[in-house]
Design a binder for this molecule. Structure first.
Ligand SMILES: NC(=O)c1ccc[n+]([C@@H]2O[C@H](COP(=O)([O-])OP(=O)(O)OC[C@H]3O[C@@H](n4cnc5c(N)ncnc54)[C@H](O)[C@@H]3O)[C@@H](O)[C@H]2O)c1
Length: 284
């Protein structure tokens, strides 16, 4: 979509990190905002920053748990009732939990799959018919480099992000088959500084039972991930801007970190050799 001025952006996870920066980028382009997040205070802060940087931006927000199809439907209904529609839909909310797969609890699986996979699936299910019917629109799914490369101690997260890549690619192919004027972008960043490593802050009480990481190796892995997020060299603001350019240029893949496509090629080579598992933290 070349012209975004006056159009409506629906952003999940708009109360923090990348979602907040996407909101600022959309407002900078004259878009109206509809934010959804379980963190209502975070969304109010995003809207305060938007008003400060781009006074007069029209906006709406609601408490939204993306793992609920009914709530995602209510989010789309809010876009319609407030602004008549949505044009660019950012399925961006995401959470993370560490641990080896065999130690993760059922609640770990249900929580992360619910937000990262079903959250995106419901966003696609609810919004795509609206975009097809109005004859224009764009869907941005936030996947991750973890949608291609599997670092240790992130089994559930990796599974969900691979799924988001698969869902996004298939969605783009099906929209092409349908002759729909609806673009898709699949965003695949490596680590960048946000509050993602503190995801448990917004974890629901009924899915509270989590893995008890024990031993030096687990502590080391957990610290490595925290450091990688905090020391990420590309900011959420830069990634948001790259994402907006991809929407404007109707590009599907976005890899903000140059080394990722190279590592994906190395992983494909390792798979073709049919030998040892590929270790993206220690690539050979
Ligand atoms: N930060 C990174 O290193 C990194 C790397 C690759 C991909 N990503 C992805 O970027 C996206 C944004 O994450 P971030 O890094 O900005 O983290 P963040 O924690 O700063 O923001 C995530 C937002 O999602 C919200 N959220 C959590 N559960 C929700 C739910 N059930 N329904 C609605 N909203 C919910 C949180 O309240 C928070 O505002 C995620 O999909 C994440 O997986 C992040």
């Amino acid at each position: 979509m070349r012209e975004l001025n006056g159009k409506v952006a629906a952003i999940t996870g708009g109360g923090s990190g990348l979602g907040r920066e996407l909101a600022l980028c959309c407002a900078a382009r004259g878009m109206k905002l509809v934010l959804g997040d379980v963190d209502e205070k975070g969304m109010q802060e995003t809207l305060r920053l938007v008003e400060q940087a781009h006074p007069g931006t029209e906006s709406a927000s609601m408490r939204l748990d993306v793992s609920s199809l009914e709530q995602v439907q209510a989010f789309a209904d809010l876009c319609k009732s407030r602004f008549g529609s949505a044009h660019v839909v950012f399925n961006n909310a995401g959470v993370s939990v560490g641990g080896p797969a065999w130690e993760n609890t059922v609640a770990d699986w249900e929580w992360v799959m619910g937000v990262n996979l079903y959250g995106v699936a419901w966003g696609v299910k609810v919004f795509t018919p609206m975009l097809i019917a109005q004859g224009e629109g764009h869907i941005v799914n936030t996947a991750s480099a973890a949608g291609w490369l599997n670092g240790p101690s992130m089994a559930i997260y990796n599974v969900t992000k691979h799924s988001v890549v698969a869902l996004s690619e298939t969605l783009a192919l099906d929209l092409r088959d349908a002759g729909a004027n609806v673009g898709v972008t699949c965003l695949c960043p490596a680590f960048f500084p946000t509050a993602i490593h503190e995801s448990a802050r917004n974890r629901p009480a009924d899915k509270a039972e989590t893995v008890q990481l024990s031993g030096e190796k687990a502590a080391m892995r957990s610290e490595m991930i925290k450091q990688a997020v905090e020391k990420g060299k590309i900011s959420a603001a830069e990634i948001a801007e790259m994402t907006m350019k991809a929407v404007e240029e109707d590009r599907f893949y976005v890899f903000p970190h140059n080394k990722i496509p190279h590592l994906i090629r190395m992983r494909a080579d390792a798979a073709a050799r049919q030998g040892e598992v590929f270790d993206s933290m220690n690539p050979q």
